[in-house]
Design a protein around this ligand. Structure first.
Ligand code: DLL
Length: 438
């Protein structure tokens, strides 16, 4: 590897707009042709009279219908697979759904391209094959584990698959192995800073940490600066989602002003979530993405539900791929706590299984001493006892059932019938007290 070059893929990263448009057009046509092999797209497009021949310019993307998470779940698990199943070598699925999870499968080439794109991101953040990269993401279905691992290996760095949790062990690894870069979700980076402090270690002077890759959950600019200051690192925002393979979709350059979305791999649209019409660059809307180089499971016009905007104008770093602003929220009711995606419906489904409970509940998410907490308040049913030990038992059972469903342990508070606010119209099920993202 040429460690001195500014870019990992100079030709691709600094391609002129015109060349990028041509590349995207060619790849979009290929993608549609390939997608026709998947039962879901094949049947749908034939019915609508659509094919690769319907595409003359990039604007023709708008002729194609959107793909949604509901489509993935309805055609679970393999209805959107466009290749021979023998070519599939990996399956990932996402958290945060009731019923069927969303499944994404990959060919060998898909994994290689993903790793390469991830290495490009890391290189952009200044990491080289001389770095020691420690990954604190869970290894398993969550793409932050293997996605980062393969990317760091593709870069040639020594990679420590520390996986999630056990902060004392994480710190020992950082000290003993000379970790220079850490991958963490922002809430965990804050937690780690606390554990450093509790143990009297100053990460700014007592470790070799210089770089932090943070993503997978919303965070404010203030949170980023706080993390940087506490750990003595430069923190780069990283956007990705399992449906788009995982991390490595968009990533910050040293300017730390928006994330370059890799347009050789993804076609981006920003739409008004109500009218579904495109909004001009610079305006916030829902991001819609089309994969441009995925073999096993191309996705066309996938509604991410993430709210962001395209930052107009060129970036001083010289990369020509357009930048998106930090994610500002969602157009659905999914919320993310400690990197875990949760829908209120998942919680409701569990609560409704307890016949002792009424139907009114309220979820509150808050930041308590740098720690995100979920409080679930739920009203008791008409006939339920006020026997204290029975209530404690019930509360424990609910907590356990919720943990099995959402993978995190919420605080559960049982309240009397009528104690929670009754909303007029659409029930308010979630109050998020965490800092708002500007
Ligand atoms: O979170 C993939 C990932 C892993 C990204 C590691 C970055 C680092 P999912 O679990 O499918 O995939 O969750 C995807 O998380 O639609 C956003 O709502 C949110 N999200 C991801 N990155 C960011 C970010 C991974 N940098 C969902 N800022 C997405 C804010 C983010 N939200």
């Amino acid at each position: 590897m040429n460690n001195t070059s500014v870019y990992f893929d100079p030709e691709i990263e600094t391609m002129s707009r015109n060349e990028l448009d041509h590349l995207q057009l060619d790849r979009f046509k290929d993608t549609v042709a390939r997608a026709m092999n998947a039962p879901f797209y094949g049947a749908k497009y034939k019915k609508l009279g659509l094919s690769a021949d319907s595409i003359r310019t990039l604007d023709d993307v708008r002729k194609f219908p959107f793909t949604t998470k509901a489509d993935l779940r309805e055609h679970y698990p393999f209805g959107l697979v466009a290749t021979d199943m023998r070519k599939i070598i990996r399956l990932h699925s996402s958290s945060g759904t009731t019923g069927n999870p969303t499944v994404i499968v990959h060919t060998k080439k898909d994994i290689e391209r993903w790793a390469h794109r991830m290495a490009r991101c890391m290189y952009m953040a200044g990491l080289r094959d001389t770095d020691v990269i420690q990954n604190t993401s869970g290894y398993g279905m969550f793409t932050g584990g293997l996605g980062i691992q393969y990317g760091a290996e593709c870069l040639g760095a020594m990679t420590i698959p520390a996986a999630a949790g056990n902060s004392i062990r994480q710190i020992k690894f950082i000290m003993d192995f000379g970790t220079t870069a850490l991958h963490a979700i922002p809430s965990y980076a804050l937690r780690l800073a606390e554990v450093f402090a509790e143990r009297g270690i100053d990460p700014r002077t007592d470790t070799k940490l210089t770089t932090l890759l943070i993503g997978a959950e919303p965070h404010t600019e203030e949170q980023r600066r706080k993390i940087e200051q506490l750990l003595g690192v430069k923190a780069y925002n990283s956007f990705g989602m399992s449906e788009m393979s995982g991390p490595g979709v968009a990533f910050e350059c040293p300017e730390q002003n928006g994330m370059h979305l890799w347009e050789d791999s993804y076609l981006i649209e920003i739409i008004d979530p109500d009218t579904l019409e495109p909004v001009p660059d610079g305006e916030v809307g829902e991001m819609v993405l089309t994969t441009l180089d995925r073999e096993a499971m191309p996705l066309i016009r996938y509604r991410t539900r993430d709210l962001t905007r395209i930052l107009p104008g060129p970036c001083p770093c010289g990369r020509t791929h357009r930048r998106i602003d930090r994610i500002k929220g969602r157009t659905d009711d999914m919320f993310i706590v400690k990197g875990v995606n949760i829908f209120p419906m998942q919680i409701e489904k569990i609560l409704m299984q307890f016949k002792e409970l009424g139907s009114n509940y309220l979820i509150t998410v808050d930041m308590v001493n740098s720690n995100e907490e979920i409080l679930v308040e739920v009203e008791l049913g008409d006939a339920f006892t006020d026997d204290y030990s029975q209530l404690v038992q019930l509360s424990k059972s609910i907590t356990r059932a919720l943990k099995d469903e959402i993978l995190l342990t919420p605080k559960v508070k049982l309240v009397d019938k009528g104690a929670l606010p009754q909303s007029e119209g659409k029930a308010v099920r979630l109050i998020d007290k965490r800092p708002k993202i500007k």
